[in-house]
Design a protein around this ligand. Sequence first.
Ligand code: PHE
Length: 339
Amino acid sequence: MIEKIHHLLKEISEVTAHNREEVEQLRLKYLSKRGLVSVLFDDFRSVPAENKRQVGQQLNELKNRVQEKIDSLKATFETTDEKPPQPSDLTRPVSGVPGTRHPLSIVRNQIIDIFGRIGYSVTVGPEIEDDWHNFSALNFPPEHPARDMQDTFFIARDPEILLRTHTSSVQIRTMEQNQPPIRMIFPGMVFRNEAISARAHCIFHQVEGLYIDKDVSFADLKQTLMYFAKEMFGEKTKIRLRPSYFPFTEPSGEMDVSCNICGGVGCNICKHTGWVEILGCGMVDPSVLENCGIDSKIYTGFAFGMGIERITMLKYQIRDLRLFFENDVRFLKQFTGAL
Ligand code: PHE
């Protein structure tokens, strides 16, 4: 009996528990009706009278120790479990994305990723621009209609300061600060004073691309854009380049991709032509290079600018551009799990 008591005393001094459940298990093991200590009390009845005093003392001692131990273990978990809820640190960075990303962000990230794989790095420029970076350095003559109040949002009636109408302004900023080789894309928000409809908005998003080096040709531009279209819309996608005009590129073009909403049969997105225009492009005009301090006798290059809304509409078969700006969760929560 004495031996058993000593054994349990040792055991109880060493036990630990990791949570409340384990403490409860210990309580059952030692102190419940059929528990180890209770069983000893039962056995106590058969201890000879002359030993009862000594054994009884030891047994009480054991019971107290067990009780103390269990109480103290219980207390440690009670204090940690029942702390008042801590105010969470609102500045802590979240892990993962709460909710879903906006479809325009998903597509912007995909564009960045696709060009990243062929060596394009990313940079950004300001949304509030001056006339030089948005127009003059890009060869827009003073009387060009794009400078008109009809198209451009000016800041505080100052014709020098405006909301950029395209991301081509970042081409200028980049070339002013870097000598070739330059291989970069510039994502960003742009602003034009347009009536809001299913196909147009006064705020939208572009990604501009710029590649300047020795011996860059139109063939390089075409292959780059073909690579992009196939990565973005799938291997079967066809592209079509039409001659166009921009003051800052020569020659200039616009690129259409085969409409993947109707499969080329004709719908309201492709205006029943089977093709959708997604970007403007061209070889950077030598005078634009010179405006930025780049020697146009040594270097050539191309630029392109695409609308993220248009590409997102095609990719996700969205027929009304206004959905992007309405913040309707029923629309937004459909875009799960992407980039
Ligand atoms: N900035 C032009 C636009 O907004 C697109 C473009 C970019 C065209 C680069 C040629 C080269 O329409």
